[in-house]
Design a protein around this ligand. Structure first.
Ligand code: COA
Length: 367
């Protein structure tokens, strides 16, 4: 049975920074309160035209470059997002088109902030079953578009960004060892963005209501998060036949430093073992774990051969954890240039649209 190795990684965040001081000019809050209650100092905000797909494309191309894999070698793209560009087509298909991954199947997965763990697990399972060889997993969000900038309970927390992994099959032992996924829909109302679906369709009325924004019971979400983080970590380790002592790093969902500290206490592990970067990005939902992983690799913290756990929780309610060994790029031939493929992807997409247009005229005549 092949192993599923993480061989490429990339991230992309908007340039625009919104600091706590900036927020204090919009709502009644202050830097000290936000830092002490959440650990967040600043977050990134997408500019006009920057979307979950465009951030996802940037992260995906960087991940492919690290793996030195051409987009045309991809068999599968899973995009985890709660803020898709459209209800459909899937954001995964927009990414597939823009990077020119012509042989890949593509779909979106919505498990909120736990989504990247779910998506990485799904891609790893497809590789381990032998049905595919190369997969791209993207976690991308533009939550700032759904934040109520008058609600100080929520607007201080969230930011925008994207992260991506390339997963590849190899007979060499390593990569993703195990994962656990959980849900409890009875807590769906604790963290929700309700307008836009069939349960609460968009209308002139919803445009005036809070339903079009993220709504959250912060205290209950906090209580849920501190309960499940340590539990899910231990479950994933148990499934992999590993123990917490043998783990080099824990990469938690970057929601609130106090939640991470509670998980550290629950696991009886030092905070030094936890990768934390929420001070600079806030909660980027499904993108928070891959962004933290990419920065940990770039800083030289997470190294080839290190064992680590990614653990997250979010709306749904959902939660999960994944235990893995960090691999690094597999040996490969040739050199992949993302900018070239990006341009090629654009041309290919345009050519396909023109061909479809011409075929449409011809076939309409024949009907
Ligand atoms: N600035 C200043 N004061 C604020 C504030 C802000 N941004 N937000 C709330 N307050 C005030 C409250 O009004 C309250 O005042 P009061 O005592 O006079 O009523 C006080 O600060 C305490 O508020 P409380 O809601 O009890 O704070 P908290 O310690 O629970 O922190 C959260 C609030 C949202 C930071 C915290 O509950 C949390 O992080 N929850 C989890 C959220 C999360 O992770 N969501 C994403 C999941 S993926």
């Amino acid at each position: 049975m092949p192993y599923a190795h993480i061989t490429g990684w990339g991230m992309s965040v908007p340039e625009k920074i919104l600091t706590n001081d900036d927020l204090s000019k919009i709502v009644e809050t202050n830097d000290q309160w936000i830092r002490e209650r959440t650990g967040i100092r600043e977050r990134r905000i997408a500019k006009d035209g920057q979307t979950s797909a465009s951030l996802g494309v940037e992260a995906a191309l960087k991940a492919l470059q690290v793996a030195n894999l051409r987009p045309t070698d991809l068999d599968l793209i899973i995009c985890s997002t709660s803020t898709p560009d459209y209800i459909f087509p899937a954001t995964a298909c927009l990414i597939q088109d823009q990077i020119g991954a012509t042989k890949a199947g593509a779909f979106d997965l919505l498990a909120a902030c736990s989504g990247f763990i779910y998506a990485t697990n799904m891609a790893a399972q497809a590789i381990r079953s032998g049905s595919i060889k190369n997969a791209l997993v993207v976690g991308t969000e533009t939550l700032s578009r759904f934040v109520n900038w008058k609600d100080r309970n929520t607007c201080i927390l969230f930011g925008d960004g994207a992260g991506a992994f390339v997963l590849q099959a190899s007979e060499k032992a390593g990569g993703v060892y195990s994962a656990v996924m959980h849900s409890d829909g009875s807590g769906g109302d604790l963290l929700a963005l309700s307008a836009g679906g069939q349960g609460h369709p968009f209308s002139e009325a919803t445009a005036q209501e809070n339903g079009r924004f993220i709504e959250m019971d912060g205290k209950e979400v906090f209580r849920f998060a501190t309960r499940v983080m340590a539990q899910a970590t231990l479950e994933a380790l148990d499934a992999a036949g590993m123990t917490i002592e043998t783990i080099n790093w824990i990469v938690p969902h970057q929601a609130n430093i106090r939640i991470i500290e509670a998980a550290a206490r629950g696991l009886k592990q030092p905070m030094e073992k936890f990768i934390v970067n929420l001070d600079r990005y806030g909660n980027t939902s499904t993108a928070s774990i891959p962004i933290a992983v990419v920065e940990a690799v770039e800083k030289g913290q997470l190294k080839s051969g290190d064992k680590f756990v990614m653990v997250g929780f979010g709306a749904g309610l959902t939660w999960g954890a994944l235990a893995a060994e960090w691999t690094g790029p597999l040996p490969s031939k040739g050199q992949f240039y993302p900018s070239q493929y990006r341009a090629l992807g654009r041309v290919r997409s345009l050519v396909r649209r023109i061909i479809r247009f011409i075929e449409g005229i011809i076939f309409r005549r024949e009907l």
